[in-house]
Design a protein around this ligand. Structure first.
Ligand code: F6P
Length: 329
């Protein structure tokens, strides 16, 4: 069987003029870091990754040991390559410019080192999400403002899911592709060519414990799904909620569906982070033929106003996402 590795896939993209050598190296570095994180996740308690790190992140959430380890793995991997001007992490308060003793590159990296971390200790899939932007021209010391670009300006985005297999999904703007980690050769092998999300679905993902706090259009949409064959939709719906965005979005990419974390009366701006979660996932989902909105605005068109901004997210099968937007309108 002829297998395409992530390295070969990226070199082909470079030859086709879709990415330059620096971006290729950056994406390979991120993938290498994801492999290292995958190994740590896989070791579980034996690798010291389980349990609380006894600290809080910038979001005021208790950090798990694996949150801290994954953040360090990504920081170390990306410090010296010479292709980054600066990076930011969901786990860190401030922008981290590339140290001055290393060459400074043209890209900005944003990542959520370990998404779904409430699932670590209970052996459910977690993952890493990343987004790459271009550093504005003429900037010598990148600050927060340089990162506040709408999602449509991303040059690449991707995520890894550390589940029964480790999956790596990536887009550089010409479709979304999925790779499976071959544990023998420790390489990512292309297994999901040009992912395509079906336009229709009968599966939704939402944390239903927040139902009493949802806004009316979301409540209406879910009520209609729950009414099934007997309701206005005329068909039965299935529900799934892993509580790791990486796993829920991976399912949507695999067989369609709609994923929602709407704003509600407790999380007035929404719960997920625009820069580390919503933007990269929206880019990937759109590249796979799906749609992503905050209810009223296409996520990739939202102008961010701060690094750790939260946002409502509705993404997945196009016709369902459009229906939710219509209910908001
Ligand atoms: O933002 C982190 C995250 O764990 C997402 O991966 C996931 O979709 C969501 O939060 C789960 O939220 P809840 O704990 O409300 O189910």
């Amino acid at each position: 069987m002829c297998r395409t590795s992530l390295t070969q896939f990226l070199i082909e993209r470079q030859r086709a003029g879709k990415i330059n050598a620096d971006l290729r190296l950056l994406l390979e570095t991120i993938a290498r870091a994801c492999k290292a994180i995958s190994t740590r996740v896989n070791k579980g308690s034996l690798g010291g990754g389980h349990g609380s790190a006894g600290s809080e992140n910038v979001q005021g959430e208790i950090q798990k040991n694996l949150d801290v380890m994954s953040n360090e793995i990504l920081l170390e991997a990306n410090e010296w390559g010479g292709n980054l001007a600066a990076l930011v992490s969901e786990e860190m308060e401030d922008v981290k410019p590339t140290p001055t003793h290393y060459p400074r590159g043209e890209y900005l990296l944003l990542f959520d080192p370990l998404d779904g971390s409430s699932n670590i200790d209970v052996n459910i899939s977690v993952g890493t999400i990343f987004s790459v932007l271009r550093c504005p021209k003429g900037v010598t010391v990148p600050d927060e403002k340089c990162f506040l670009q709408p999602g449509r300006d991303q040059v690449a985005a991707g995520f890894a899911v550390y589940g029964p297999t480790t999956q790596f999904v990536i887009t550089v703007g010409d479709g979304a592709y999925g790779f499976t980690l071959d544990r023998e050769s420790f390489t990512f092998v292309l297994t999901h060519e040009k992912i395509n999300i079906p336009e229709d679905t009968a599966e939704f993902a939402i944390n239903a414990s927040n139902m009493r706090r949802w806004e009316a259009p979301v409540k209406r949409y879910i009520d209609e799904c729950l009414a099934g064959k007997d309701g206005p939709r005329g068909k039965d719906f299935n529900m799934r909620w892993v509580a790791s965005m990486v796993a829920d979005v991976y399912r949507v990419l695999s067989r369609g569906g709609i994923f929602m974390y709407p704003r509600d009366s407790k999380n007035k701006d929404g719960r997920l982070r625009l820069m580390y979660e919503a933007n990269p996932m929206a880019f990937i989902v759109e590249q796979a033929g799906g749609a992503a909105t905050d209810g009223t605005t296409r996520i990739l068109d939202i102008q961010p106003h701060k690094l750790h901004q939260r946002i409502a997210v509705v993404l997945g099968s196009k016709n369902e996402v459009e229906r939710v937007s219509k209910y908001h309108a």
